[in-house]
Design a protein. Structure first.
Length: 317
């Protein structure tokens, strides 16, 4: 199937294809063709994915010096293609890559990624507004009450499947949700920016310990800056692998971001709280148990990473 799609729509002669193991939901293939090496991606059908925007956005970023994806145009002159079943896919040039493992970044890479995020936010102020990410719709739908109901369903699934580790974590989450603080966030006071939407270490391409490109802009949207800043830190910093947050290191990370990006006092007040809220009310276990994707284990990995952070942040107050 891939061979025919590539030949008919792009004029490429496929020699070898390997499916990527990482990623949540989307189907990604690494291709070796007679004409070069490419990446073929079938984005997951999801409200947070906007594949129609990605090629245009990446072209804009590349023109501004941000190392983003380089998409091929198909024979019809567009970057978005469809297979016989109507599934959307894209083909992009494969960049020289080494994607670091979670929580493996050196301090140099940490600071470089924070600076680049600041540059991205600065550059994208000149780009038309992207779809809403974490905004009013998120807070209306993702409440502690809804999370509590979801966790109870996931606990029943964990018990039924004999997943004792997840069941224990879910019982802790349920207890936490039953006494969760009634936090409110004033979106008008938070700095909101056009952004990558999923900026973290699995989207970095590195060479010799330096960040050379940021991939997968399918979920680009408008987020509160501090949410993406905090999330990118906790997936990169080695200390966060066991849930511990090195506050002096995080302070340096924020300062590196602020060389190009801007934060106000209200942002800084909510740096921990906003991310803590998001990972508290999002049921990654439920996504794992209900997903039919071959790579659904990523949801369970996210759930356990979040659980370690939540317990650590809860103990710190």
């Amino acid at each position: 199937m891939l061979e025919r799609l590539l030949r008919e729509q792009y004029g490429l002669s496929l020699r070898h294809a390997r499916r990527a193991a990482e990623g949540a939901g989307s189907g990604t293939w690494f291709l070796r063709c007679g004409e070069g090496e490419y990446v073929m991606k079938f984005p997951a059908a999801s409200g947070i994915n906007h594949p129609e925007e990605e090629p245009r956005l990446c072209a804009f970023l590349r023109a501004q010096g941000i190392p983003a994806c380089d998409f091929l145009k198909n024979r019809a002159g567009g970057c978005l293609s469809r297979d016989a079943a109507g599934r959307v896919f894209t083909v992009q040039r494969r960049l020289p890559r080494l994607t670091p493992e979670w929580n493996s970044a050196s301090e140099a890479l940490l600071m470089e990624s924070a600076e680049l995020l600041g540059k991205i936010h600065c550059v994208l102020r000149a780009y038309p507004a992207l779809p809403e990410g974490i905004g009013a719709g998120f807070f209306a739908g993702m409440t502690p009450q809804r999370a509590l109901a979801s966790y109870r369903c996931s606990l029943a699934a964990a018990v039924r499947l004999g997943d004792t580790e997840s069941a224990e974590e879910l019982r802790w989450r349920i207890d936490r949700m039953e006494r969760f603080p009634a936090w409110m966030f004033d979106l008008s006071r938070l700095t909101l920016r056009n952004t990558h939407g999923d900026y973290f270490i699995s989207q970095f391409l590195c060479r010799d310990g330096r960040l050379t490109a940021v991939i997968d802009w399918t979920a680009a949207c408008v987020h509160p800056v501090v949410w993406e800043l905090m999330r990118s830190f906790v997936y990169s910093a080695p200390c966060c692998a066991d849930g511990r947050i090195d506050r002096p290191l995080l302070a340096r990370y924020v300062r590196a971001y602020c060389r190009y990006g801007t934060l106000n006092d209200y942002d800084l007040e909510n740096l921990y709280r906003l991310y803590f809220y998001q990972i508290a009310v999002c049921d990654y276990y439920g996504q794992y148990y209900t997903s039919g994707a071959a790579n659904r284990a990523i949801y369970l990995r996210q759930a356990r990473h979040a659980a370690r952070l939540l317990k650590s942040m809860d103990m710190e107050g």
